[in-house]
Ligand binder design. Structure first.
Ligand SMILES: [Zn+2]
Length: 281
C-alpha cells in the first residue's frame, strides 16, 4: 500500500470534477474514440461485437507491470461506469501525474453491452432488466458474443484486477451501497472504502455484513445465494472465469438525494483506486 486514503479521496474528486451528468453509451463511446484519435498513447482495439453486430472496443494506456481491466455498461442502464472510464481515460491522456505514477497498464471497455441499452444508447432512462434476456456476465456455458469478447480479451491481458462496473443507477431508486469482491479483501481495505464513501455521503447496506470485511461487503459466491440464485450459477459467470487472473470486484452504487453525478463517479473511481492501492502496489 503506497498512498494514504486522504490522497485517494482528493484525487478521485479531482478526476470527476468535470462530470456534470452521467453520460449515455453513445456519448461515452464517441468521446473515448475521439480521445484515441487525438492521443497516440491510447491504443484502440476491436475486441469483438455485440449479438446485433455493434463493435466492442477496448482502450489501453501505459505499459505498467500490473494489468487492470474496467468494463462499463454490462447491463441495461448501468451507466456510471461509462462516465468513470471516460474520466480516467481523459485524465491519463492529459498526463495526470497520480494515475501515471501507478505501475499499471490500463484496459478499458467503455460499453460491453450496447444492444440492451435503453433508447438505442442515446438517452439514459430508468430501466429494469428483461428476465428473458441473458445477462452477459452470467452465461459462460452458452455465451453471448459480448461474453466471448470480454473473456477472449481478458485472456490476452490477464488482468490482476478487474473492476466490473455494474451499478443500481438504472433503477433510479436510492439504495444503500454494497461492495462485492470475488474473494475476501483485507479488512482495512474494506474499511477504507467504507470511510471514503461515507465521507462522500453514502450509506452502506447493512443487510450484507461479511464477518471480516464488515458492513456492506459480501463475496460474490455468497451474495448470489441471498438473491435466490443457485450457488452453482457462480461457475457460469464471467466473474469466476476472471478470477483465474486476479481479483474481480464490483459495487452497487445508485442515485441518491444530495449526491451529484460527479460524486457518483468519484465514488466509483475511489473504490477502484483503493483496490489498486491495496491489492497491486
Ligand atoms: Zn448489473
Amino acid at each position: 500500500m503506497q498512498y494514504k486514503l486522504q490522497t485517494i479521496i482528493k484525487i478521485s474528486k479531482v478526476l470527476s470534477s468535470e462530470v456534470n451528468k452521467i453520460l449515455p453509451p453513445v456519448d461515452v463511446i464517441r468521446e473515448c474514440a475521439l480521445l484515441a484519435q487525438t492521443n497516440k498513447n491510447i491504443r484502440e482495439i476491436n475486441i469483438g461485437h455485440t449479438e446485433k453486430g455493434h463493435p466492442i472496443k477496448a482502450y489501453e494506456f501505459g505499459n505498467g507491470k500490473s494489468p487492470v481491466l474496467f468494463y462499463g455498461f454490462p447491463d441495461p442502464g448501468e451507466a456510471i461506469g461509462g462516465t468513470t472510464i471516460l474520466s480516467l481515460l481523459r485524465a491519463l491522456s492529459e498526463g495526470n501525474k497520480f494515475l501515471s505514477s501507478l505501475d499499471i497498464t490500463w484496459h478499458f471497455i467503455p460499453c460491453l453491452n450496447f444492444d440492451d441499452q435503453p433508447n438505442e444508447g442515446k438517452i439514459l432512462s430508468n430501466v429494469f432488466r428483461d428476465p428473458n434476456i441473458r445477462e452477459v456476465d452470467w452465461c459462460v456455458s452458452n455465451p453471448r458474443s459480448e461474453t466471448t469478447a470480454l473473456l477472449n480479451y481478458a485472456k490476452t491481458i490477464s488482468p490482476l484486477l478487474t473492476l466490473t462496473l455494474h451499478d443500481e443507477y438504472h433503477s433510479g431508486a436510492s439504495m444503500p451501497v454494497y461492495v462485492i469482491p470475488t474473494r475476501e479483501i483485507q479488512p482495512d481495505t474494506a474499511e477504507q472504502i467504507r470511510a471514503c464513501l461515507k465521507s462522500f455521503g453514502f450509506k452502506f447496506n447493512s443487510k450484507y455484513h461479511h464477518k471480516t470485511m464488515g458492513e456492506g461487503f459480501e463475496t460474490l459466491a455468497n451474495i448470489i445465494v441471498t438473491w435466490g440464485v443457485d450457488k452453482e450459477d457462480y461457475n457460469n459467470s464471467t466473474f469466476k472465469q476472471l478470477t483465474k487472473y486476479g481479483l474481480v470486484a464490483g459495487s452497487e452504487l445508485s442515485q441518491q438525494e444530495g449526491i451529484t453525478p460527479s460524486v457518483l463517479v468519484a465514488a466509483q473511481i475511489a473504490i477502484s483506486l483503493i483496490l489498486i492501492n491495496s491489492v497491486l502496489i
